[in-house]
Design a protein around this ligand. Structure first.
Ligand code: SF4
Length: 338
């Protein structure tokens, strides 16, 4: 295992993007970094961020997610202990029969076996089968380059042994639709060709896809251009999802100025303001009648600098209707709000 090489890649990516944050090296390795519940049209969701070695890409412009995990390797025994911790947590235990979806994250790529142990992943699936009898979807976050269909097929077979049929969903970060913004400014390293290749790899197995987008992900982007970018993404996802026969969900995150990234600097220099929720609604409304679902991310996970969150732009009265929209995908709720 190239543990040192992964740490070097993390350092390289962080330096390239001018990141100044540190990592959470004092974290208790037997506990996940974070976990929370979400309500969606798919039912109750448990979102878990496992504490592992950070994302080796680490260079995306506005992202400080690696700061919540470790720069150095976290071995499989620790990740297994985190699974045990979750399965015995009273808040999770009392909801275990209601949980319909689990999203597995490590703020990087769960399918990168150098950062997330394969043994621990198999152990997690066994525990989900044993403890969550009504699980309908297991989502795993990953960069596309780590998606290996043979591995997914195996996981899928293991999940089928649970009490309820469980679909696999791959969750990937897309962030911006405009090619120049996505790859030259944000430094995502994702081409449309590789995205479409991923869809055609997944289609025969019936796996679902979640794609994360950020509204207004870079400095010097107008609110109007940010809305247009998301609308273009909706049109694209709706078209390719239909073409490839893959069910797609867009997870739309309004951007915040994340601590220790160039967005923090840009915010302080007046070159970046977070998007307004009213514009997020205008963007999401474009998905009405299209072949995809939309979930609007409404938390900055406490990673924004003071005043630098979309929650600071006014429009807090829009949170409740957006939460309701997330739960039922009823676009009528958004009418007249955007
Ligand atoms: S956005 Fe994802 S791929 Fe990019 S640095 Fe953050 S965790 Fe890594």
């Amino acid at each position: 295992m190239e543990t040192d090489n992964v740490a070097k890649q993390i350092d390289f990516g962080s330096r390239k993007a001018g990141k100044t944050y540190g990592f959470d090296e004092d974290h208790d390795k037997s506990r996940p970094a974070q976990w929370w519940f979400q309500e969606s049209d798919e039912g109750l969701i448990l979102f878990v961020v496992f504490y592992t070695q950070a994302c080796r890409w680490s260079r995306c412009l506005g992202c400080n997610l690696p700061s919540q995990v470790s720069r150095t390797h976290v071995d499989y025994t620790a990740i297994i202990a985190q699974v045990d911790f979750l399965m015995t947590d009273p808040g999770i235990a009392k909801r275990r029969e209601r949980i319909r979806k689990v999203i597995v994250s490590n703020n990087g790529s769960v399918l990168d076996e150098d950062t997330f142990s394969s043994t621990a992943l198999m152990y997690l699936i066994a525990q989900l089968n044993l403890n969550m009898p009504n699980l309908s979807v297991l989502a795993m976050e990953s960069r596309p380059e780590y998606v290996d269909t043979a591995e997914l097929e195996f996981i899928s077979r293991a999940l089928a042994e649970g009490d309820t049929p469980t679909h696999l969903e791959i969750a990937i970060g897309f962030e911006a639709f405009d090619n120049h913004i996505r790859n030259n400014v944000f430094d995502k390293g994702l081409s449309l060709e590789s995205f479409e290749e991923l869809l055609s790899k997944m289609a025969p197995y019936g796996f679902h896809l979640k794609s994360y987008f950020m509204q207004k992900p870079v400095p010097n982007m107008s609110d109007e251009d940010a809305v247009t970018d998301i609308r273009d993404a909706i049109d694209y996802l709706s078209r390719v999802g239909k073409q490839e026969g893959v069910r797609i969900n867009m997870h739309l995150n309004p951007t915040y100025a994340a601590v220790g990234t160039v967005l923090e600097t840009a915010f302080k220099q007046g070159k970046f303001t977070p998007p307004r929720l009213v514009d997020v609604i205008r963007a999401a409304q474009h998905a009405k009648g299209k072949d995809l679902s939309v979930f609007v991310g409404l938390s900055d996970e406490g990673l924004a600098i003071p005043g630098g969150s979309f929650l600071d732009t006014g429009g807090k009265h829009l949170l409740a209707p957006l939460e309701q929209f997330n739960r039922n995908q009823d676009f009528n709720i958004l009418d007249g709000l955007g």
